[in-house]
Design a protein around this ligand. Structure first.
Ligand SMILES: Cc1cc2nc3c(=O)[nH]c(=O)nc-3n(C[C@H](O)[C@H](O)[C@H](O)COP(=O)(O)OP(=O)(O)OC[C@H]3O[C@@H](n4cnc5c(N)ncnc54)[C@H](O)[C@@H]3O)c2cc1C
Length: 429
């Protein structure tokens, strides 16, 4: 096998602390046995590997087919909110915000969390009714500081918001955003400090199991087999294909998601201005570098991996944004990118054991997806995934609802969807 020079250099960097500890030479191939193998070095796999190592998982190897952060995690808009649509997603959001707040002290590097506040707009009378019900549910889930703002209060809170086209919305001061590339840096540093062996450019290719298929015994990779009794499968927008390599049917979707940043304007040259979500249209915006960042997903397009810009959609969402934030009308475009986002049929995370299409469980294998909410729930999802992989149980949420067994053969979930989610296309099975 020809190994690219850059890959050798990264392997040396990634394995150096461990190699030194074991008296091996720098760059020498580690023994191919691990106590836990994590597939995917995105925010879910990255933080989960750190939490698992802290929980005593032993020698943890992370397999990444490209480079750490190559998937959705480095390309996100970074919106983080505890305003979830169910008690469990409220809990994941709160845990993640607490994590981001305390992260620098624990790990020596932050993810750039900035508390700006978040207003989730209601455009219609029905949106308002559902929004007020959601706030009551959130209060019941312990999120006491979320409140309803009428249209005038919303405009007074978000100075650039038009008084027209909405009926106010739910608001929470403590929501905010992270800087996604900084988060990739932070978990990469934490992985290195925890002695985790990151193998970049090493795709996962399949599972090895005991003769009766009941228990995992190893993983196949492009660089050979690693013996292990514990595996955590992540993959974000590629989780469906990671699952099929493992003989699983995971109804995880992938779709284009686009983020644009407009030129700076004095209206945005402020320390703090709340972020806004036009929930019905799947359009959100926040401050970024003195300008405005906005993002959207178009539910009418064909699902699948996509990185090209849909300029017609850009014009439509830009126009809608100008309706809510008139000052953006004549602002130039500073940058724009499209990337593939992950989602699930009910917009809820997937957390639980590997279950084959015939219903049999592969002991030792755990699945984790943040369902397109990896910035806001990522650390919480990673915590649950690590707990399940190492201890078989977690106290953060009742994870028994979030396994693969909630989906039928067509990928339909028996759970009601999370109501605070982007309107993604239907997952086709
Ligand atoms: C444009 C955009 C904007 C977004 N904005 C937000 C936001 O504002 N707030 C929010 O909460 N979420 C947002 N998201 C969603 C969020 O980024 C994801 O939910 C999150 O990054 C998923 O993390 P992950 O670790 O599961 O997946 P990823 O970051 O995609 O990581 C999975 C990794 O697995 C690797 N992999 C795949 N197959 C294999 C294989 N066979 N072997 C080894 N490795 C493999 C991939 O290369 C990848 O690095 C956004 C996403 C996009 C694309």
């Amino acid at each position: 096998m020809t190994v690219p020079r850059d890959s050798i250099r990264r392997h040396v960097i990634a394995t150096y602390p461990l190699a030194r500890n074991r008296g091996q030479h720098v760059g020498e191939r580690m023994t191919d046995r691990a106590d836990l193998v994590v597939v995917g070095a995105g925010t879910v796999g990255g933080w989960a590997s750190v939490f698992a190592a802290e929980a005593g998982a032993g020698h943890v190897v992370v397999l990444e087919r490209g480079l750490a952060g190559d998937g959705a995690s480095s390309r996100a808009a970074g919106i983080v909110r505890a305003q979830g649509g169910t008690p469990a997603t409220v809990a994941l959001g709160r845990w993640s915000i607490d994590f981001y707040r305390g992260q620098a002290e624990t790990y020596g590097a932050d993810s750039g969390f900035r508390e700006l506040g978040y207003l989730i707009l209601a455009a219609t009378e029905e949106d308002e009714r559902l929004g007020r019900e959601r706030v009551a549910m959130q209060h019941g889930a312990g999120l006491a500081d979320v409140r309803w703002l009428d249209a005038a209060e919303a405009v007074a809170t978000v100075g650039t918001l038009s008084p027209h086209g909405h009926r106010g919305g739910s608001f929470r001061d403590g929501d905010g955003h992270i800087d996604p590339p900084r988060n990739v840096r932070a978990y990469s540093m934490a992985m290195q400090a925890a002695g985790i062996e990151l193998r970049e450019r090493t795709p996962f290719a399949g599972l090895r199991t005991s003769d009766d298929g009941a228990r995992v015994t190893g993983v196949e990779t492009s660089g050979g087999v690693i013996e292990t009794e514990r595996v955590l499968l992540t993959g974000g927008p590629s989780l469906r294909s990671v699952g099929s390599l493992a003989g699983l049917r995971i109804p995880a979707g992938a779709a284009r998601h686009t983020v644009a940043v407009l030129e700076p304007h004095e209206a945005f040259a402020v320390e703090r201005m709340p972020m806004v979500f036009d929930l019905g249209a799947g359009l959100y915006w926040r401050l970024e570098e003195g300008g405005l960042l906005f993002g959207w997903s178009d539910p009418d397009e064909t699902p699948g991996q996509a990185r090209e810009i849909d300029w017609a959609a850009y014009e439509r969402y830009r126009e809608r944004l100008a309706g809510y934030v008139p000052v953006t009308l004549d602002l130039g475009l500073r940058k724009i990118w499209a990337a593939t986002i992950d989602y699930t049929p009910d917009h809820l995370p997937i957390l639980g054991p590997a279950i084959r299409p015939d219903g049999s469980v592969i002991d030792g294998v755990t699945i984790a997806s943040a369902a397109g909410h990896g910035m806001m729930w990522g650390p919480g999802v990673a915590r649950v995934a690590a707990d399940l992989a190492v201890h078989g149980a977690t106290s953060l949420i009742d994870a028994s609802d979030y396994g693969l067994d909630r989906f039928d053969e067509q990928g339909r979930s028996r759970l009601a969807p999370d109501s605070v989610a982007l309107p993604f296309p239907v997952v086709a099975d």
